[in-house]
Design a protein around this ligand. Sequence first.
Ligand SMILES: C[S@@+](CC[C@H](N)C(=O)[O-])C[C@H]1O[C@@H](n2cnc3c(N)ncnc32)[C@H](O)[C@@H]1O
Length: 366
Amino acid sequence: MEWIATASFGLEGVVKRELQDLGLTAQPVNGGVRFEGTPEDAFRANLWLRCADRVLMIVGEGEATSFEALFEMIRALPWENWLPKDARFPVTGQCARSQLMSVRDVQAISKKAVAERLKQRYKTDWMAETGAEYAIHIAIHQNQVRVTLDASGDALNRRGYRTWNGEAPLRETLAAALVVLSPWRPGQPLHDPCCGTGTILIEAAFRRANRAPGLTRSFAMEQWHFAQADQCRRIREEAQGLFDPRLVEGITGSDVDPQALALCEKHLRQAGLQGRVRVYEKDLRDLPPFAPDTCVITNPPYGERLGGKKEAETLYRQMRKLETQSHAGRVCVLTANPAFERLYGKRATKKRRLYNGRLECEYLIF
Ligand SMILES: C[S@@+](CC[C@H](N)C(=O)[O-])C[C@H]1O[C@@H](n2cnc3c(N)ncnc32)[C@H](O)[C@@H]1O
């Protein structure tokens, strides 16, 4: 069976390596990374991928430049192999640079095509849709149609430890990628001086403690009749056995905002890392020196609040001090400000364009 682990722009290579680490052969494609495997492999990918957005099962692919062609293509797919008689099958769509650009029509026509096929095969004139969910996604890019089933359910960044606070925080998948792409190696000290609600710290600690990011959440495919529930349970138990929070040492964070820190403590508790990661209130300009060989990974304020830009830029100028504090260790910064290097007063040794949601950012390693 063929699957695709979707990933945000710039992270395809990272996700490819993650899949290879799971023993899978992976190939980057537009919007993600394809891999072949059994439902158990896909379940393992859901559980362990730190930087991917979703795992989708590829049901079919083809070309369509008219709604008739789309209908026929989708009706011809062997839906009865995957969807039981009572399956719920919501359809979502996405169109780019194609002849068919109405997402609403693509959804309605695809839904009708699947329903017709299933009604004929199950010899019924009504699909009750009362059972497990098999969410269908139709992606059309340059007239090429990819039909998939969403094996994840909630997006993979929803690890289950975050309490929504109304702010747009750093996405967990991106925080995990900042850790993977940094020179930090598990065992080395790490500090985030603008830790906010703790996403970078938690993702680093998960990696250090061999904690599968999806350990305590469920995935849509666990309800699928062809994904064996006992196998999924066994894979989850195996992952549970590998999680060792005692391995987390030397991961620390600080921030000026006590409310963010209170939320950070809560997230640490909810992530099973209570007492393992030390966080404290401090302006980054007043931080004491770090332990030798500390790697700094941080996402300083963007300065989007009124009058915040100037304030943020003054802070960027003062961040250079972090290099001395970490005894000339590495400083890694995710920023959406194109002038960061100038303000910091140094050129980054490595740079990478990444996205925090829709916000274009640069990941700079000094
Ligand atoms: C973009 S947010 C970081 C979000 C964080 N990565 C998370 O997961 O929630 C920037 C953080 O920098 C903090 N901050 C702003 N000025 C600071 C300063 N002078 N010293 C330390 N922290 C500061 C803010 O309180 C905020 O939590």
